[in-house]
Write a protein that binds this ligand. Structure first.
Ligand SMILES: Nc1ncnc2c1ncn2[C@@H]1O[C@H](COP(=O)(O)OP(=O)(O)O)[C@@H](O)[C@H]1O
Ligand SMILES: [Mg+2]
Length: 284
């Protein structure tokens, strides 16, 4: 099993090395990077390239580790226990009818090898990664309600992503292979744009990338636009058949770009740009 990138996904050399190293070591690949740098898409592309179905677990602030293993549905059992028909009585007797299998359980018991994505692990509280240590390490867990040990038939290829909102515990980090996706350099970004829009006008793509990277140079921005914003913006520019001149100005660094709503996502950043544009016009 070796990952070599794909037509849709531009993987740098070091990213491909990291993916293959994690697979060789049989450790989860922990991918960090700012939002929109292709962490989620990496899991989708690698699993597709390796021919493995991908089970996805999108973590929220309220997600508990236990939910990935199983949940005991006590409410349904209580409700059924108030019914008197034979079928319900039988059902209530067997507690395993009320055990809901989580994503890890599904990954562990799949007939064929699968890939597993634990997406945005830093969204949950600090206990979350610690609570999954043993399960991810030993690839097994115990179901107390039914006294059953669930063991992985095949070790899944595990991807874990983090947007770096929280630090992860050391014990957790030790068990992962780590890769940080750096924000793409211009040349890599050109390839990403090509992968998405092979028919884009070259002059438009090139000028739009100039504007995009100039915007990212403004350090005061609250939220710098990332790859997905660039791709949205380019799509709009293509639909509008925007002339390159509309993106150019005497001082492109400070002009507010057309359709900037795709790039700048809060009013402070828009104001900042308008102010810079005003100042530069006054200076001219
Ligand atoms: N290396 C890449 N190759 C191709 N497209 C990419 C790449 N990185 C990001 N993208 C684009 O950016 C979008 C956002 O990527 P995503 O995987 O959701 O980022 P993240 O999970 O890091 O926030 C993707 O849907 C894809 O269109
Ligand atoms: Mg993501």
């Amino acid at each position: 099993m070796k990952f070599q990138g794909s037509d849709n996904y531009v993987a740098t050399q070091d990213l491909m090395l990291a993916v293959n190293a994690a697979i060789t070591l049989k450790r989860p690949l922990l991918v960090k990077g700012e939002p929109g740098t292709g962490k989620t898409m990496l899991a989708e592309e690698v699993s597709a390239a390796l021919g493995l179905p991908l089970l996805q677990w999108h973590v929220k602030s309220t997600t508990k580790a236990q939910q990935g293993l199983y949940e005991y549905d006590a409410v349904s059992r209580l409700r059924d226990s108030q019914l008197r028909d034979d079928e319900s009585v039988q059902k209530v007797r067997n507690i395993s009818n009320y055990i809901l299998r989580g994503v890890l359980w599904q990954a562990f018991t799949s007939d064929t090898p699968v890939a597993l994505l634990i997406d945005e692990i830093d969204k949950a509280d600090i206990e979350f990664p610690n609570d999954l240590l043993r399960e991810l390490d030993r690839m097994e867990f115990y179901v107390y309600e039914t006294r059953e040990l669930v063991q992985a038939r095949h070790r899944p290829v595990v991807f874990i992503t983090s947007n770096n909102e929280k630090e992860l515990p050391d014990a957790f980090l030790r068990r992962c292979f780590f890769h940080f996706i750096r924000f793409p350099e211009r040349e890599t970004m050109e390839r990403i744009v090509q992968a998405h829009y092979p028919d884009i006008r070259r002059d438009l793509a090139s000028e739009a990338l100039n504007v995009f990277f100039q915007i990212r140079e403004v350090n005061e921005l609250k939220k710098k636009p990332a790859t997905s914003e660039l791709l949205d913006w380019l799509k709009l520019l293509m639909i509008e058949d925007m002339p390159v001149e509309a993106l150019r100005s005497n001082d492109a660094k400070v002009a507010i770009p057309p359709l900037h709503g795709a790039l700048l996502k809060n009013e402070q950043d828009v104001h900042l740009f308008e102010r810079l544009a005003f100042l530069s016009r006054a200076r001219r």
